[in-house]
Design a protein around this ligand. Structure first.
Ligand code: HEM
Length: 417
């Protein structure tokens, strides 16, 4: 583990867990000296400047989101793990990860699940979940915030939105964690087999539910997928439904958990911001945007070049992976003044890239924002004197090139009522 901050790109190792725990100095070095940088360990072209990400996102004809016909399976290096999908499950990639004009045909099917009306309608339900969690945690005056609050809230919300039973929550969390693990690019061959097994088990579970929803649809995402018609014409195939259902489950889950945990840690580091929020709840909105900007839960995602191209003066050959570092663009001083500062008055806080931009802009962004807002609002009502219950040096992040995930956040606090 390296402890010296890098000063030039050759010293940057984005796979180093120490760098992943605090990647921001490494991002500065890359953004300033090599905003399009060929990462030695993976061959990815890593893009760190806001202008660079913007150029990639605006040009899907050159930078395709379609990474290959194997979808998620391509992230498995061992043949035995890949075979598990072929023999026991389905080789699927989410059909939302397609380029225009195909993408729009799928996106419009699932957009109905996330209209402003449906998201607003879910507010009492989300309040109820938070109320229950706080009722359980508050009397003790301490909790492990990630496991006790940040995990169950989004999991319960997305399980409900998908139309799945609450009884399956624990199993869904296990599957959801397995699903994001390949994006760590750090699985052993043995772990690849286990993860592939879990992912196939999730596939069978979802396929069974999609079939039920096709028979008796309700107002939920799985029903929208099971009964919606692509371009108003045909029903979706099993593979098509499955890929989107998996993405909605995981996308709605892991990222929001990490956003809430990161937000609370920011408040602990900035007691003046916590005081300001207690006095003026209208500051919750900018606080949430600043949390997403400063600690993007999805730090980076991939595109593939469809032809040889030039990006910010760097030649990228055809068929190469381009890694968009949302977390780095969000701290680009060319766009955000004093970028490392939590600023509740920042005029362009909402321009961050935490939800990406363009046609793949996060479908669940309104839902995630609503969960975050209600979580902080209700928590500040119920808890005062919130403190970290361990030394800050003891906090650690899950190793991942994709997600920014605090492992634990032990807290103590005073119940307010
Ligand atoms: C703070 C929480 C969240 C963050 C940071 C986040 C981040 C992102 C990002 C960066 C993308 C763009 C992918 C790309 O350009 O390659 C995306 C897309 C997506 N997100 Fe989220 N997400 C969050 C919450 C949610 C929630 C609650 C859902 C609920 C279903 C969700 C579902 C999706 C889906 C389905 C897509 C694909 C959209 C498309 O390609 O058309 N996300 N998300």
């Amino acid at each position: 583990m390296s402890s010296i901050a890098p000063t030039q790109p050759a010293e940057v190792d984005l796979l180093d867990p120490v760098v992943q725990a605090d990647p921001y100095r490494a991002y500065d070095v890359l953004r300033e000296q090599a905003p399009v940088w060929e990462m030695p360990e993976t061959g990815f072209f890593v893009v760190t400047s806001y202008a660079g990400l913007d150029a990639v996102i605006r040009d899907p004809a050159t930078f395709s989101i379609e990474l290959g016909s194997l979808g998620m399976v391509s992230l498995f290096r061992t043949k035995a793990a890949r075979e598990i999908f072929k023999k026991e499950g389905w080789v699927v990639g989410t059909k939302l990860s397609t380029d225009p004009p195909t993408h729009d045909g799928y996106r419009s099917l699932i957009n109905v699940s996330f209209t402003a009306g449906r998201v607003r309608k879910s507010e009492p339900f989300i309040r109820g979940i938070i109320e229950n969690l706080l009722n359980r945690l508050t009397p003790a005056g301490r909790c492990e915030f990630v496991a006790d609050f940040c995990v169950p809230l989004p999991l319960r919300v997305i399980t409900d939105r998908l139309g799945l039973p609450e009884a399956d929550l624990e199993q869904l969390k296990v599957w959801s964690e397995a699903w994001v693990e390949p994006f760590s690019y750090a699985m052993t061959p043995e772990r690849e087999l286990e993860v592939a097994g879990q992912m196939v088990a999730l596939q069978h579970y979802l396929v069974e539910w999609l079939e039920r929803k096709r028979q008796s649809p309700q107002e939920d995402i799985l029903s929208d997928l099971a009964t919606g018609r692509f371009r108003g014409e045909r029903l979706l195939s099993t593979e098509e439904m499955l890929g989107i259902a998996e993405q909605a489950l995981v996308g709605g889950n892991e990222t929001t958990t990490n956003a809430i945990a990161s937000g609370l840690l920011l408040l602990l580091r900035h007691p003046e911001a916590m005081d300001a929020l207690r006095k003026d709840r209208s500051l919750l909105k900018p606080f949430i945007e600043e949390t997403l900007r400063l600690e993007a839960p999805t730090q980076g995602l991939l595109r593939r070049t469809t032809r040889e191209t030039d990006l910010l003066g760097v030649r990228i050959p055809k068929d190469r992976m381009v890694h968009l570092r949302f977390g780095a663009a969000n701290r680009d001083p060319a766009v955000f003044a004093h970028p490392d500062r939590l600023d509740l008055n920042r005029s362009n806080a909402g321009s961050h890239m935490a939800f990406s931009q363009g046609e793949h802009h996060c479908l669940g962004a309104p839902l995630a924002r609503q969960e975050m807002k209600l979580a902080f609002e209700m928590l500040l009502d119920r808890w005062s004197d919130i403190q970290l219950d361990v030394a800050e040096e003891e906090l650690s992040y899950l190793p991942s090139l994709t997600l920014r995930a605090l492992r634990t956040l032990p807290l103590r606090f005073q119940p307010r009522d």
